[in-house]
Write a protein that binds this ligand. Structure first.
Ligand SMILES: NC(=O)c1ccc[n+]([C@@H]2O[C@H](COP(=O)([O-])OP(=O)(O)OC[C@H]3O[C@@H](n4cnc5c(N)ncnc54)[C@H](OP(=O)(O)O)[C@@H]3O)[C@@H](O)[C@H]2O)c1
Length: 277
């Protein structure tokens, strides 16, 4: 099976490539933005027509949520049009498309774990562009897997690395304690994506690790596991104003996984423990 991973230099792209490399019968095509700019329809069509992948896993995105608030055109170009281009080119050759999406498609203000059957209501440009991407992927290719995740960390820039770096230069750190979500390892997400593709289990899926915490609680656990003595102080979102509004409660339930393949993700504590070993 030939698999094209776009955004292969990103956190999830790298982990997928790593896990697929251990599998037999997989022919991988890995592309970054300089090999395949997903916003360029002509380039996308000719690349996909020439290489003929069976599955395209789109890990390319503009993930800087604050930047999306000001770079609106760029955000729609990459997160929406780029996704549509890949879905449509895949459809032309009968290939499948995996589109990775986000908890930001929801409003983030309901104190309830959200399933794939709950109403979407994006509050940020990032969330709107990702939701529009989901909808276009669905309408351009019936063989789609749409997988929403959150608070992702892996091989690349992420919250965990930022906190570890800050701990080196700060004796105390204030961290937001009024936003809840679920830290998710790319290891768990990649495992789920590979399983869904193996099973040809098309549809919309939530995929985060299990459990929930605030950024403050997450930081406390990271420092505990690493034996870091920097003091962590809880603070409110108001103390760190950001361009994009952050969700207060954004916990996804992997409900479609539970109902179909089974939920193979670990607790967020087990996943971060392994990541920091
Ligand atoms: N990070 C999170 O916390 C989070 C949370 C929820 C959902 N997600 C979703 O999960 C997916 C993977 O996220 P991630 O954290 O792995 O992302 P990431 O590390 O930010 O990587 C994104 C990659 O997208 C590529 N890219 C950007 N513009 C492109 C273009 N025009 N053409 C081709 N490639 C382009 C970049 O490639 P180059 O490096 O080659 O330029 C970059 O490596 C994304 O769909 C994201 O929306 C992420």
């Amino acid at each position: 099976m030939k698999i094209l991973i776009t955004g292969a230099n990103g956190q999830l792209g790298r982990e997928l490539a790593k896990q697929y490399k251990d599998k037999k019968g997989i022919d991988l095509i890995l592309t970054g933005s300089s090999d395949l700019d997903i916003t360029n329809l002509k380039v996308v069509y000719s690349f996909i027509n020439e290489r003929k992948p069976d599955v395209i896993i789109n890990c390319a995105a503009l993930t800087a949520v604050d930047k999306c608030e000001t770079e609106i055109d760029m955000a729609y170009k990459i997160n929406t049009i780029g996704a549509k281009n890949l879905a449509s080119a895949a459809n032309e050759i009968g290939a499948e498309i995996v589109q990775v999406s986000t908890d930001y498609v929801f409003g983030g203000n309901i104190d309830k774990q959200l399933t794939e059957f709950d109403e979407v209501n994006p509050q940020t440009v990032y969330g709107k562009t990702k939701l529009a991407g989901e909808l276009l992927v669905k309408s351009h290719n019936p063989k789609h897997y749409i997988i929403r995740t959150a608070w992702l960390y892996g091989d690349g820039n992420n919250f965990v690395k930022t906190m570890l770096a800050l701990s080196k230069t700060n004796k105390t750190l204030k961290v937001v304690n009024d936003q809840k979500g679920t830290p998710t390892s790319t290891v768990d997400l990649a495992r789920v994506i590979i399983k869904l593709v193996e099973d040809k289990n098309y549809g919309v899926f939530h995929c985060t690790c299990k459990g929930q915490c605030t950024w403050y609680e997450f930081t406390k656990e990271i420092f505990r596991l690493k034996g870091i003595t920097t003091e962590v102080l809880p603070c409110s979102t108001d103390e760190f104003p950001r361009a994009a509004k952050r969700p207060e409660y954004s916990v996804l339930r992997n409900y479609t996984l539970e109902l179909t393949t089974g939920d193979i993700t670990r607790s967020w504590q087990d996943a971060i423990n392994e990541y920091l070993l």
